[in-house]
Design a protein around this ligand. Structure first.
Ligand code: DON
Length: 321
């Protein structure tokens, strides 16, 4: 395999056009009205390495919302704000095998502690514990943290936020249940506002790739040459991405792709390729990968995005295992 940048770029473009056909096998998330309107045929990928070299292909200019990818960011922030013991006392690190918005284990397992920060129940709990006296303060912290990583200001897609805010019956049920069992650090509506606003933060695939790069590098930003969050927190985030990041498809994803990754119902996928896993790839010191393909499967993962990621992870032998 050649490692010439042009060759890599050509390959990536070829894979995107090949896997674009798979977008037909999924549908845009229809339980969030603003997401249902997106173009299901879109597919994009960006990969950025530790030297800042980027390759990308497909609909790379398209903006989309982070949705559940934001759960990794808020988990990292909560650990920095409150310390690991505080966070882990309120949210576990066990996969569930259930859907991302399931409520069942909050009642069937006592004391009702959410199983992990990557499912909605755990993520709402995490959002409630972020530092800040108001939802706005907490959201500002999230945006500032992302600005440090990406190097530009991101904004919240108001239409997507409003669309979810008005239809968030399931998330409200989860939040009220969590409040009743003592797992929320702020009022229900405030926790929901933070959670749904973080889900509505808008990015493109290059932004996602940059977040993936810093996570892959254990919190160290290789371009800024700065540690942005503790290594221990980054390791935990990666373990959670492997075990819970692709919801109840995380087992198969680990088995057949083998990368720490996090998906969102917008069709976003963030993957982190540590140096040792990138050894045989064009990014031997590691990289971050951002993918967007809004046609998702019933579990909530981008259909074409997962296939595209499988192709490149296999071709470039990127598995962490
Ligand atoms: O809370 C929700 O349902 C959405 N804002 C996020 C869910 C999500 O992205 C699950 N992902 N696959």
């Amino acid at each position: 395999m050649s490692t010439q940048p042009n060759h890599q770029h050509h390959l990536l473009a070829q894979w995107v056009s090949q896997y674009r056909a798979a977008t037909k096998e999924g549908q845009c998330a229809n339980y969030i009205p603003a997401l249902a309107k997106k173009d299901p045929n879109q597919l994009a990928v960006a990969i950025v390495g530790t030297e800042g070299h980027e390759i990308k292909a497909g609909d790379t200019e398209e903006l989309f919302t982070l949705q559940s990818v934001s759960k990794v960011i808020t988990f990292i922030l909560a650990c920095m704000d409150r310390g690991l013991p505080y966070v882990l006392e309120r949210v576990d690190v066990e996969p569930t095998g259930d859907t991302f918005n399931s409520i069942i284990r909050l009642e069937s397992h006592q004391p009702g502690k959410p199983f992990n920060p990557m499912i909605n129940a755990g993520a709402i709990t995490v959002s409630s514990m972020l530092a800040g006296h108001s939802p706005q303060e907490k959201v500002t912290k999230i945006l500032q943290f992302l600005e440090q990583i990406i190097g530009k200001q991101l904004s919240i897609n108001e239409e997507v936020f409003q669309s979810e805010w008005q239809t968030a019956n399931r998330n409200r049920a989860l939040a009220y249940y969590l409040m009743d069992s003592g797992f929320l650090d702020c009022p229900v509506e405030a926790a929901l506002e933070v959670y749904l606003k973080q889900c509505a933060i808008e990015v493109n695939v290059s932004d996602l790739a940059m977040i993936g790069l810093v996570i892959a590098n254990d919190g160290y930003h290789p371009l800024l040459k700065k540690q942005l969050f503790p290594k221990q927190v980054a390791k935990l985030a990666k373990a959670l991405m492997v075990t819970c990041g692709m919801y109840n498809a995380s087992g198969k994803f680990a088995a057949f792709i083998g990368l720490p990754a996090k998906s969102g119902v917008s069709g976003a996928i963030l993957a982190a390729v540590p140096g040792h896993a990138g050894l045989h790839s064009p990014f031997p010191t590691g990289c971050g990968i951002g993918i967007y393909g809004p046609a998702i499967d019933p579990i909530g993962n981008s259909v074409a995005g997962v296939q595209l990621l499988k192709q490149l992870a296999t071709e470039w032998d990127m598995t962490i295992f």
